[in-house]
Design a protein around this ligand. Sequence first.
Ligand SMILES: [Zn+2]
Length: 331
Amino acid sequence: MNEDPHLTFDINTPGLSTGHLVVPAGNDFETLAIPVVSLNKGDGPRILITGANHGNELEGPLVARRLMAWLPEAQTCGRIVIVPVLNPPAVRGSSRNTPIDGLNLNRTFPGRPDGSISERISDALCRVLVTEADIVFDLHSMGPPFISVPMVITHPISDPDLMAKTLRLGQSMKMPITLLWEHNETAGMFDSWVHGQGKIFICTEFGGGVLTLEDLNIYEAGVRNGLINLGVIDGKPEVPPYRQQKACQTLETLLVDKVASPLPGIFEPACSVLQIVQQGDIIGKVHPVDSVSSESLIIRSPSEGTICTIRTGSFVAEDQDLAIIARPVAT
Ligand SMILES: [Zn+2]
């Protein structure tokens, strides 16, 4: 018998309530119950916060836990639904993709009720919780191969009004960088689907290689600042320093700024985050694995800009990203 995805509780119950989002069983996996928290203080913005879309990005679940510690006291209005761990099988497997079907959950939206487990998770999320939200915060990090400045990221949105609202909310979080990221259209991303519903979607990207206290504090403060901007909590925005700096900048990275590895090999970084590079500056090398007589490949910056993200020393496959370089937004 097919059941529909559903919640085990009413998220409109006043105050704090908890339960599960039930993702029905399929051919590849049994019924999955994803923990959900609702904080309902009546009229106001309806907000959905999700963590661990990717299973090796644990900043989101930890920030969600921190929010749950003080939000019940601090919230003044609206309804905030938190899903700390959106993809439990991937977290258990410490993997970006869902181990059961090998899919990247963030390429399966809006999912399929009769699909594999990742597709059923995204279907349940979209049909049951996104329909109930005006604004979505999806808490990512760059994952282990990267070091990244804490950033709010949005892809360009065709609706100018939604673009402006998204950018304003992103900037209100006062992260070190708010990044407009031009990219080739990639099917099945959560943000594209939510934007298509006319709703605001905020994606945060963080540290990556290591999960530090400094990053977590900035991450938590950023979400808190965003919730202040939305009017669901009182308070003054805070800007914790990142690498001794308190600056907040809005930058954009274009397709021409993309830096991918032309060859497989071991990447050696030659620059650090927040460093400003000129076109042609060396940002790293890729060393061949199969030969010591082959030259290492020097990777140069395609443009002038700020290093937002750099791959840590690690094996890189052909065409994998090495860095995000961004420039001031053209006006
Ligand atoms: Zn992610």
